[in-house]
Design a protein around this ligand. Structure first.
Ligand SMILES: C[S@@+](CC[C@H](N)C(=O)[O-])C[C@H]1O[C@@H](n2cnc3c(N)ncnc32)[C@H](O)[C@@H]1O
Length: 169
């Protein structure tokens, strides 16, 4: 059975854990419920539209919060993007109405608050992620199978490769 809160699954958490420990600052635009240990929590910025969730940095749609962070010059070198995987899940599992174009818009906005050396983890039913059009290269993929006829969870790791830094490596 897939978990409603993706990061409660050991296989999902383990996929990004090493990068999370190394990261200086992390933007989590679809925060959900899962929080980390106190030390790791300090460098994360959790945004979710559901005000009943605990310990959020910003309550609101990430499409509205991210532009404000960009305006203030906020920069993160890691993002964990775990939107509702489908419109059905959005309506039935979470208190939101997120559609796939909303997720694409959120990714455009996340891109604006990332540093040149950013690493991005995306979770969902596909391996689209940030994609080459936003200047990202896929480096790792983990597929979590839930058995039965459930959709697999695709966990994707990408690095930003359109930056000056990477071009000259
Ligand atoms: C798949 S869950 C994230 C689970 C989280 N990774 C965890 O393990 O706890 C998706 C979350 O996105 C939130 N959400 C949906 N639309 C949103 C939006 N426009 N802006 C911010 N959060 C949104 C939902 O409230 C839900 O908590």
């Amino acid at each position: 059975m897939p978990a409603k809160w993706t990061f409660e699954m050991d296989a999902a958490r383990a996929f990004f854990w090493r990068d999370l420990q190394r990261a200086g600052s992390v933007i989590v635009p679809y925060a959900g419920k899962t929080r980390f240990d106190a030390e790791t929590r300090k460098k994360c910025c959790f945004v979710d539209v559901d005000e009943s969730l605990p310990d959020l940095d910003f309550v609101g749609k990430c499409q509205e919060v991210l532009p404000k962070l960009a305006e203030k010059g906020a920069r993160y070198n890691m993002a964990l993007i775990d939107p509702p995987f489908s419109e059905y899940m959005s309506n039935h599992w979470y208190t939101s109405t997120e559609r796939q174009n909303d997720v694409a818009r959120a990714k455009d906005l996340v891109e604006k608050v990332l540093s040149d050396d950013a690493v991005v983890f995306t979770f969902g039913f596909s391996t689209t992620g940030m994609g080459a059009s936003r200047g990202f290269t896929k480096t790792h993929l983990r597929i979590i199978n839930h058995g039965g006829n459930h959709w697999d969870t695709h966990c994707l790791r990408e690095i930003r490769t359109n930056s000056t830094l990477v071009k000259f490596l």
